[in-house]
Design a protein around this ligand. Structure first.
Ligand code: UDB
Ligand code: ZN
Length: 183
């Protein structure tokens, strides 16, 4: 099982690399990695398991964050209507998105970043993501709200992009031409 010692931090080269596509059909080794990412986000939010192993509660995790530069992510997050997005996605790809942007009013953090970086991070308000399940089935997600923000944050990791790369340097709290989301 993955713990905080498996999660690489700022300065690790994997966080700045462009990750490679996972070969289809999916090899057993890649499937195991994808399922380990999902297990981490689930465990980290479990009131018994999380504290016991000192896991920082996460809603998403990308393979480069455990030093594996392959295109795999996992999310465990609730949408506005209470629907749970709990899945690992291989080769996730944004196939369409809104012109409208959004941002988390509280800003973003990252499991690989041990400091606060204040500011708004512009994200697409709505998007469609296609990819594969760990079993090799094609999957498609139509996303808005928090799940939309998490998928974009995780897919950015596959391209070596950190959330603070997207914060306005001159004025971090310049509201992007966007609809704010969240608290
Ligand atoms: C997180 N969690 O998991 F608005 F109920 C963050 C951390 C870095 C603070 C642990 C988080 O934002 N939780 C959250 C936010 C809410 C409401 C709520 C819970 N990540 C995942 C990560 O680092 N993946 O690489 C960072 C998030 C920032 C925006 C999306 C992902
Ligand atoms: Zn992150």
């Amino acid at each position: 099982m993955l713990t905080m010692k498996d999660i690489v931090r700022e300065g690790h080269p994997a966080l700045r690399e462009k990750s490679a596509e996972v070969e289809i059909p999916i090899r057993e080794e890649d499937k195991t990695t994808a399922l380990a990412l999902l297990e981490y986000v689930k465990n980290s939010q479990d009131p018994d398991i999380g504290p016991k192993f000192g896991l920082r509660p996460g809603i998403g995790l990308a393979a480069p964050q455990i030093g594996v530069t392959k295109r795999m992510i996992a999310v465990h997050v609730e949408g506005e209507d209470g629907e749970l997005y709990s899945c690992a996605v291989i080769n996730p790809k944004i196939t369409s998105h809104s012109v409208q942007m959004t941002y988390l009013e509280s800003g973003e953090g990252c499991l690989s970043v041990d400091r606060d970086v204040p500011g708004y991070v512009p994200r697409y308000a709505k998007l469609t993501v296609k990819g594969y399940s760990p079993d090799g089935e094609p999957v498609e997600f139509k996303l808005k709200g928090m799940p939309a923000i998490v998928f974009q944050h995780e897919i950015d990791h596959l391209d070596g992009i950190m959330f603070y790369d997207r914060i306005n340097k001159e004025n971090p709290f310049q509201p992007p031409a966007a609809v704010p989301f969240g608290r």
